[in-house]
Design a protein around this ligand. Structure first.
Ligand SMILES: [Zn+2]
Length: 177
């Protein structure tokens, strides 16, 4: 139990003043504008319209977000080609998590608007969270928080190789057989 309470990376993140922001104060725009995929920003992949980044405040190890570069608050504002790439990246995230973590399931989706639970409600983003049976633990139910047994750098190193390959999911099928 005690080793699950250690989360030194999170402490340093908070002590460091939290996430960096761009001139308009948007964390997601700041991450999208950086030109690198690296341990410095935890960006795993940069597409044409969207990027993939580890969530700095994960609900589970490997919790990723697919984020459009454009600062859009409304789902309907996302253009068709960006939407298509976003969906392909969500699939890629699930495939990467499957290979790297073999979770028992996934949560995929978006919290739209403050009332919908979005931490950044003026820049839409989509979550991919791996789940395991019984992963809602004591800390969650009692203290409304979770403490991760894996650091962000460790999760990044584990997932990064899975984003060096094509966006196409190899086992994509055209029929239900
Ligand atoms: Zn933004």
């Amino acid at each position: 139990m005690l080793d699950q309470l250690w989360a030194g990376w999170r402490q340093s993140f908070i002590e460091g003043g939290g996430a960096q922001r761009d001139a308009s104060g948007c964390v997601l725009c700041f991450l999208g504008a950086s030109k690198e995929t690296s341990l410095a920003n935890f960006v795993l992949y940069r597409g044409e319209f969207n990027y993939v980044v580890l969530n700095a405040y994960p609900y589970a190890p490997g919790h990723m977000m697919v984020v459009p570069y454009l600062h859009l608050a409304e789902l309907m504002e996302l253009r068709e080609e960006a939407w298509r790439e976003n969906a392909m990246l969500l699939r890629k995230c699930v495939a990467a998590l499957g290979e790297a973590y073999q979770p028992g399931g996934y949560n995929v989706g978006a919290n739209l608007g403050r009332a919908g639970g979005a931490a950044f409600d003026d820049h839409i983003h989509f979550h991919v969270v791996p789940r395991w049976i019984g992963d809602t633990n004591f800390m969650t139910s009692v203290a409304s928080m979770r403490v991760m047994p894996e650091s962000l750098p460790s999760a990044y190193r584990r997932l990064y190789p899975h984003f060096s390959t094509s966006l196409e999911v190899p086992e994509a099928r055209t029929s239900r057989d």
